[in-house]
Write a protein that binds this ligand. Structure first.
Ligand SMILES: O=C(O)CCC(=O)C(=O)O
Ligand SMILES: [Fe+2]
Length: 354
């Protein structure tokens, strides 16, 4: 009997979305060195980094950064703490289970596009409670707080997670400045949207999978927020859909690098100058894999729409304004239940031309 017979078919992707057995590894995804930009750069040096960011955002929506200022020891510490946490018995982890009331904590039945992901995760905020709308209903003004649920074990877990979150957040703000500059805007143009951010951190654990040809760690998706800043371990598995030809390209693990991707919000702010790329994570038959994204998101009351500086007669606005918090709350809720329909996407706010 094959391995597939023992696995819940809820994990099986439709045939067209299953990973191919051999995926060409292509060195093409840009790797950007931030060393100069981070140390009082000359205008020429800054200009060079900004133009690398512009090309990467335009051509891929995805890139890696090195010499980014995040302490390697802090990253090692959170990875080790994550491994220890995920190694606990399920009933221990379920003590901090995320649910509709408390959307932060442990979760092991996430679905992406209605197919179950081969993973478990832990979501947290590194900056205290996160305010979001209580419902996706546009007429409901009530707000709700997402509150951390910390496990008792391992004892160093909370501290390690918080410190790591603080450092990656700093990097996210630097990237936001560079992206603003790359769009021809002032460095601080986007900062104001993040005064009461809804950013959160996720520890992803992908256990070894007996059916890596049928299941995915995370199904194909685009990140709905502004930016993602992701650490992946040396196993690899993250794939990005190349814009040029729609091929899935492996994102090569580089020790201590971060994978950065533009989310839907930057796509809309930039009036589609930049596009958020579809990505997914494949799983490994033998190895565990850990990845740790920071989802960098603006305040819940942000009305997301193309920036006026980027709208012109030649390039009219491509999106209608939408409320980020309502979008986020609707998505969060639909992730907790298997729906018969695809969840909400920014395409719903696209201006229909002609
Ligand atoms: O694990 C990865 O490499 C990707 C994770 C991801 O895309 C996500 O959690 O949104
Ligand atoms: Fe993602």
């Amino acid at each position: 009997m094959g391995a597939a017979a023992e696995v819940d078919p809820a994990y099986f992707q439709d045939p067209e979305h299953r990973p191919k057995p051999a995926i060409a590894v292509v060195h093409g995804l840009p790797v950007i060195d931030l060393a100069k930009a981070l140390s009082s750069p000359t205008p020429a040096d800054l200009g060079k980094t900004v133009s690398e960011i512009r090309d990467a955002c335009r051509d891929w929506g995805f890139f890696q950064v090195v010499n980014h200022g995040v302490d390697a020891a802090v990253r090692e510490r959170v990875e080790a703490a994550a491994r220890r946490f995920f190694a606990l018995p399920l009933e221990e982890k379920r003590k901090v289970l995320r649910d509709e009331v408390n959307p932060l904590g442990y979760y092991d039945v996430e679905h992406t596009k209605n197919v179950r992901d081969w993973k478990e995760l832990f979501d947290y905020s590194s900056t205290g409670p996160i305010e979001i709308p209580a419902s996706g209903d546009p007429l409901d003004d009530a707000v709700q707080e997402m509150i951390n649920q910390w496990p008792e074990n391992p004892p160093e877990f909370k501290e390690a997670c918080e410190e790591y979150g603080r450092q990656t957040k700093k990097l996210a703000f630097i990237l936001l400045e560079l992206i603003s500059l790359s769009l021809g805007l002032g460095a601080d143009r986007l900062k104001g949207f993040f005064e009461k951010e809804t950013s959160f951190m996720r520890l992803n654990h992908y256990p070894p999978c007996p059916v890596p040809h049928l299941a995915l760690g995370v199904g194909r998706h685009k990140d709905p927020g502004a930016l993602a800043v992701l650490a992946q371990d040396d196993v690899g598995g993250l794939e990005v859909k190349r814009k040029a030809d729609g091929e899935w390209i492996a994102v090569q693990p580089i020790p201590n690098a971060y994978v950065i991707n533009v989310g839907d919000i930057i796509q809309v702010w930039s009036n589609a100058e930049y596009e958020s790329a579809e990505h997914r994570a494949i799983v490994n038959p033998e190895k565990d894999r850990i990845s740790i994204p920071l989802f960098f998101n603006p305040a819940h009351y942000t009305m997301v729409e193309p920036l006026e500086e980027l709208i012109s007669d030649e390039r009219p606005s491509k999106y209608k304004a939408y409320n980020w918090g309502k979008f986020f709350s609707t998505r969060k809720r639909s992730n907790l239940t298997k729906l018969d329909v695809e969840n909400i996407q920014i395409d719903h706010f696209k201006v229909v031309e002609g």
